[in-house]
Design a protein around this ligand. Structure first.
Ligand SMILES: N[C@@H](CCC[C@H](N)C(=O)O)C(=O)O
Length: 325
């Protein structure tokens, strides 16, 4: 069968959008997982961190399902949701939309460009849960905020939260960021282990100055990524809890692929986070694939969004200058 694919990225976290809303593709659950493994493989012409399936929703303007590169399904994807936000808003010709995700219906809206001519969207990250059962994380306690997990490190302290996909976040210095500690911890918690039976996204956060942080994430189901939107949101909240940033204040979050802005809100005891950043299209193509054996596929010619790529490079240069000063 022929499948239209739109390659896009949020902060360099790249995805393939497959629109099941406008096309009559029929995929079983197993086939979606297999397509993700095959098309996201970086050894092929496509390659991506995940597939975003856009579907019809009974109660919202569209529905997003996220499959990681290893074929596992995630409950949420912040950078992906910005790309889906743009896709659905442009499809229905509106500036705001409601998108159904696995655990919540989330508001998305077009925002003022984060950098000239970079399509920018704000997406709501919610619900935020600290209950360790929500990750799950098997510890003899109910929550972990700035606490130790001796099996992972004698020195580092972690906060565990689900937004609603699972994250652990630790604040580190430059030396720890440059070491192999994050890789060691991440591969342990994402392999067979007694603590995180479903794996977890692991973020190391380096504060730069008030209102500015750097986040590097090892993503469950993917590995080290340029950026992870839910991780940057979770990390911003953790820096607020640890007094490094303020609630309701915009925080610039730098990552290996670019930057986003996050704002943490608190109503009663409930947190929500606004994640604001680029939704950049890279190319469109048509993939000819046998869905019962998707490992070998043919990719048609690519219609590139050249000017979007050029503009994004300018943003990256601008970020490089800031980080080197
Ligand atoms: N890149 C995403 C998160 C994708 C899902 C994650 N790997 C998981 O399994 O939870 C983001 O931008 O949030």
């Amino acid at each position: 069968m022929n499948i239209e694919v739109l390659k896009c990225h949020g902060s360099g976290n790249d995805f393939l959008i497959i629109d099941e809303m406008s096309h009559n593709y029929i995929f079983t659950e197993e086939k979606r997982a297999e397509l993700a493994k095959a098309l996201c493989n970086r050894q092929t012409e496509l390659g991506a961190d995940g597939i975003l399936f856009v579907m019809k929703s009974e109660k919202a303007d569209g529905r997003m399902r996220v499959f990681n590169a290893d074929g596992s399904e995630a409950s949420m994807c912040g950078n992906g949701l910005r790309c889906v936000a743009r896709y659905v808003c442009e499809l229905i010709n509106k500036e705001t939309a409601l998108i159904e995700t696995m655990k919540a219906d989330l508001l998305v809206k077009k925002e003022e460009d984060i950098y000239p001519e970079i399509p920018t969207y704000l997406v709501e990250i919610s619900p935020v849960l600290f209950d360790l059962k929500a990750l799950p994380l098997n510890l003899e306690k109910e929550v972990l905020v700035d606490g130790k997990i001796p099996e992972l490190s004698n020195d580092l302290t972690f906060t565990a939260l689900a937004v609603p996909n699972p994250h652990i976040v630790t604040i580190v210095d430059e030396q720890t960021l440059q070491s192999n500690v994050q890789e060691k911890i991440s591969t342990y918690v994402n392999g067979a282990n007694p603590l995180f039976p479903d794996g977890v996204n692991v973020s190391f956060v380096k504060p730069i100055q008030k209102g500015h942080i750097f986040v590097r994430t090892y993503e469950r189901g993917v590995g080290f990524t340029n950026a992870c939107g839910t991780a940057m949101s979770a990390s911003t909240l953790v820096t607020c809890l640890q007094g490094l940033n303020e609630l309701e204040q915009s925080v610039d979050v730098y990552n290996p692929g670019g930057k986003v802005r996050c704002v943490v809100h608190k109503n009663d005891e409930t947190y929500t986070i606004d994640l604001i950043g680029n939704a950049t299209y890279v190319y469109k193509t048509v993939v000819e694939v046998d869905v019962s054996n998707p490992t070998s596929f043919n990719c048609g010619s690519k219609e590139e969004f050249t000017s979007e790529g050029e503009q994004y490079q300018k943003l990256q240069q601008h970020i490089g200058q800031f980080l080197n000063n």
